[in-house]
Design a protein around this ligand. Structure first.
Ligand SMILES: CC(C)(COP(=O)(O)OP(=O)(O)OC[C@H]1O[C@@H](n2cnc3c(N)ncnc32)[C@H](O)[C@@H]1OP(=O)(O)O)[C@@H](O)C(=O)NCCC(=O)NCCS
Length: 193
């Protein structure tokens, strides 16, 4: 049986995180984004972006990695909330991204990563958080709903790699609800070190 664990990301993880990011996008967004846009993603540019994020030391931002037998297979990132539509609604944390390779999904790693993000955001004084999700991404919406999030009534578009896709914001008014649901779900699905 493989062993799973979660830990804060280090600068040395930037390349692995970029590779997972690219692979997970190709797995998740095939059919939603043009194949040419997915094929054209520049891994070196994405690695630089992750290096900057992890190395920035920015207060209120955190990246966690999920490892299978010591090898990164997923990651998640959170920040303070800066979106002008969400800050006035009282959301002060943001779940910025969460991606797992398809072969390790549905084993509790996603919930484990969400628990780490919730605990981190609360530790820097955030009481609530929001996440943007593609309107047509039924799986991701089901995941957030299972963790107690609900649509906050704010819709937008995700303009990425030359594509425009409708999205909407989900929110947790109380991050303790996310933390409790995520910790319980992660433990039930898989004992994560
Ligand atoms: C979304 C994602 C992070 C979830 O992580 P995960 O490890 O697969 O999910 P977990 O095993 O921790 O929890 C799954 C739970 O979510 C809920 N859920 C409901 N519908 C679901 C669905 N269609 N797919 C996955 N989870 C769903 C269930 O409660 C499920 O628990 P169960 O397996 O006991 O029924 C992961 O599947 C992923 O990386 N997907 C591709 C990328 C993506 O969509 N990211 C989000 C972008 S906004």
């Amino acid at each position: 049986m493989p062993e799973y664990c979660l830990r804060p990301a280090a600068v040395r993880d930037a390349r692995s995180i970029a590779e997972i990011n690219v692979m997970a996008w190709r797995e998740t967004y095939a059919g939603l984004m043009p194949a040419e846009a997915l094929a054209a993603i520049d891994l070196n540019a994405w690695t630089r972006r992750w290096l900057e994020r992890i190395g920035s030391g920015e207060s209120g931002q955190a990246v966690f990695v999920a490892l299978e037998d010591g090898v990164p297979v997923g990651f998640a990132r959170c920040t303070r909330q800066t979106n002008p539509k969400l800050v006035p609604l009282g959301f002060n944390g943001e779940i910025a991204s969460i991606y797992l390779l398809r072969r390790v999904q549905r084993q509790g790693l996603g919930k484990g990563l969400m628990a780490r993000l919730a605990e981190y955001l609360m530790s820097v004084g955030c009481a609530s958080a929001a996440v943007w999700v593609l309107r047509d991404a039924a799986k991701a919406r089901g995941f957030y709903e299972a963790l107690g999030a609900a649509p906050v009534g704010v819709e937008g578009v995700w303009e990425v790699e030359g594509v425009v896709l409708p999205d909407l914001a989900y929110g947790w008014r109380d991050l303790r609800i996310l933390a409790e649901a995520a910790v319980a779900g992660a433990r039930k699905a898989s004992p994560i070190g």
